[in-house]
Unconditional design. Structure first.
Length: 249
C-alpha cells in the first residue's frame, strides 16, 4: 500500500472515470495528488469524494496557453513532480463524411496537443527520476469504423511515448503508455446517443471483446500505479494493452 509513498503526482482529466479511480489508488499508495478537469460539477464532486488533501485544479487540457500556469501551480503546491498521468481526452465517433475541421481540431487539441505542451511545461518541474504515463487506446490498433480521428490521436500518443522515452530518459524521466479497451466509464454517455442507441452501441462493442465484458476503471488504474512506481524502473517506452483480447481478433 506504500508503492507511491512520498511521490507527487498530477492526473489530467482526474475527476471522473479512469482518472478519478487512478487518483483514489494513488492516494491509497501514499502519493500526494493533484487532478485537473473543466466541469465545475465533477470538479466539486471529486473534491468531496477523493480522500486526503488532493489538489483540485480547473484547467482546460485543450488550451496550450493553460499548460504553463498549470505547471506553475504544481510547482508551487508540491515543489516538484514525480508522476504525470496524461488521462484527459474525448471520444468523438462519427463517419468520415460527417467530420469538419473544428471537430477534427478539437479532438487533436484535447487528446494530443495540450498533452504535448503540458509535458514541455513540466520539464523544469519533474524530479529525477520521474514517470510519465500516457493514456492510449486499443483503437490505435484495430480498424473500428467511425473512430478515424480518435484512433489517430491515440496512435500519436503511443508514438509520443516511444519518442519521448528516447529523448527524456537521460533526464531520468520514463515514459510509458496504457492502452485500454472499452471501459465502463461516463465517457460513453457523452457521445450524444439516445439511451436506446447507447445500449446498442455498447452491446456491439462488447461483442468484439473476447473477454465478453467491458473493463473496470480499477483495472486500468492498477496498471498506471505499476508504471508510475519504482517497480517499473526498467520499463521505458512500453505500451500495456488492457483490452480483454480485443486487439487479437
Amino acid at each position: 500500500m506504500d508503492r507511491l509513498k512520498g511521490k507527487r503526482a498530477l492526473i489530467t482529466g482526474g475527476t471522473t472515470g479512469i482518472g478519478l479511480e487512478t487518483a483514489r489508488q494513488f492516494v491509497k499508495e501514499g502519493a500526494r495528488v493533484a487532478v485537473t478537469g473543466t466541469n465545475p460539477k465533477t470538479l466539486d464532486a471529486a473534491r468531496k469524494e477523493l480522500p486526503g488533501e488532493v489538489l483540485i485544479i480547473a484547467s482546460d487540457a485543450s488550451d496550450v496557453s493553460a499548460q504553463k500556469p498549470l505547471a506553475q501551480k504544481v510547482r508551487e503546491a508540491f515543489g516538484g513532480l514525480d508522476i504525470l498521468f496524461v488521462n484527459a481526452g474525448i471520444v468523438d465517433m462519427r463517419p468520415i463524411e460527417n467530420w469538419d475541421e473544428a471537430g477534427f481540431d478539437r479532438s487533436f487539441a484535447i487528446n494530443l496537443k495540450g498533452a504535448f505542451f503540458l509535458i514541455q511545461a513540466l520539464l523544469p518541474v519533474f524530479a529525477n527520476p520521474a514517470s510519465i504515463v500516457l493514456n492510449g487506446s486499443v483503437n490505435a490498433h484495430i480498424g473500428m469504423p467511425n473512430t478515424t480521428v480518435y484512433a489517430a490521436t491515440k496512435a500519436a500518443m503511443i508514438s509520443l511515448a516511444r519518442t519521448l522515452s528516447g529523448e527524456l530518459i537521460a533526464s531520468g524521466i520514463r515514459v510509458n503508455v496504457v492502452s485500454p479497451g472499452p471501459i465502463s466509464t461516463p465517457l460513453y454517455s457523452k457521445l450524444g446517443f439516445s439511451e436506446a442507441d447507447l445500449k446498442s452501441v455498447a452491446a456491439s462493442i462488447q461483442g468484439q471483446v473476447p473477454a465478453g465484458r467491458f473493463g473496470n476503471p480499477s483495472e486500468i488504474a492498477s496498471a498506471v500505479v505499476f508504471l508510475a512506481s519504482d517497480e517499473a524502473a526498467f520499463t521505458v517506452g512500453s505500451e500495456l494493452l488492457i483490452e480483454g483480447g480485443m486487439s487479437n481478433l
